[in-house]
Design a protein. Structure first.
Length: 234
């Protein structure tokens, strides 16, 4: 269900997956309510509801996404028209999408898929792409879209592809995120000592994540020069 944006949204509530993303987004939106889900279902559900109830006049989702379309490299920017979650399609607000950069050269639209679980395997990504036709997936935007719908708030999403669709991730990638949005350093170290074969995959993931964050930072720094974005971020 779509909602029209308020004339001048100025109090965004922003959901991200990890603390590192929250720290970066805080530099762009210094006065916004920002929450990190910890990249888990319970955290995303809790924080999306909290943001919807905190007095925000719009909800935004920023961060990394897993690629589903095999043609998208790491660093691809998506400002989706819809978020597909639990059999429903939530339509993002057109005004907010424009403010975030939709329609600009190189910015993808289409649909983003929500997943309650980390998707690590390339074959599973291919299956999800074939069934959903979504460009990418994340674990926060579905909860944010549903919370916005229930609260009567406009929402929009900006995500950057981190792991390409054709790459499987090491199993450790799905087990070391803490509920507060950080990393379980002890678990990470133990897993690598027991299964050092995961190290090359983890290095590749780190490289792609760095590329994705750099692409998002460059893009948002460009957007900050746009008057509508500057008003929203002020």
């Amino acid at each position: 269900m779509a909602h029209s944006a308020q004339p001048s949204p100025s109090r965004p509530g922003i959901l991200v997956g990890l603390k590192a993303e929250a720290r970066f987004i805080r530099q762009v939106f210094p006065h916004a309510a920002i929450a990190a889900s910890g990249a888990c279902r319970a955290g995303a559900l809790r924080e999306a509801a909290r943001l919807a109830a905190c007095g925000a006049d719009c909800l935004l989702s920023f961060g990394l996404a897993a690629g589903l379309d095999p043609n998208l490299p790491a660093g691809s920017i998506i400002v989706p028209e819809k978020v597909s979650a639990w059999g429903s399609a939530y339509t993002a607000d057109a005004t907010l999408r424009h403010i975030l950069g939709a329609g600009q050269s190189g910015v993808l639209s289409g649909s983003l898929l929500h997943s309650d679980d980390v998707v690590l395997n390339a074959d599973e990504k291919a299956r999800l792409f074939a069934s959903s036709h979504c460009a990418a997936l994340d674990m926060e935007s579905g909860f944010l879209a549903r919370a916005a719908d229930e609260a009567g708030l406009p929402f929009a999403v900006l995500r950057v592809v981190c792991d390409p669709a054709t790459r499987s991730l090491p199993s450790i990638a799905g087990t070391v995120l803490s509920p507060d949005g950080g990393l379980k350093v002890g678990a990470l170290t133990k897993s690598l000592l027991r299964h050092p074969g995961q190290i090359p995959g983890l290095i590749a993931l780190g490289r792609d994540a760095g590329m994705a964050r750099s692409a998002m930072q460059t893009f948002l720094n460009h957007q900050r020069a746009q008057p509508a974005f500057a008003r929203l971020a002020a």
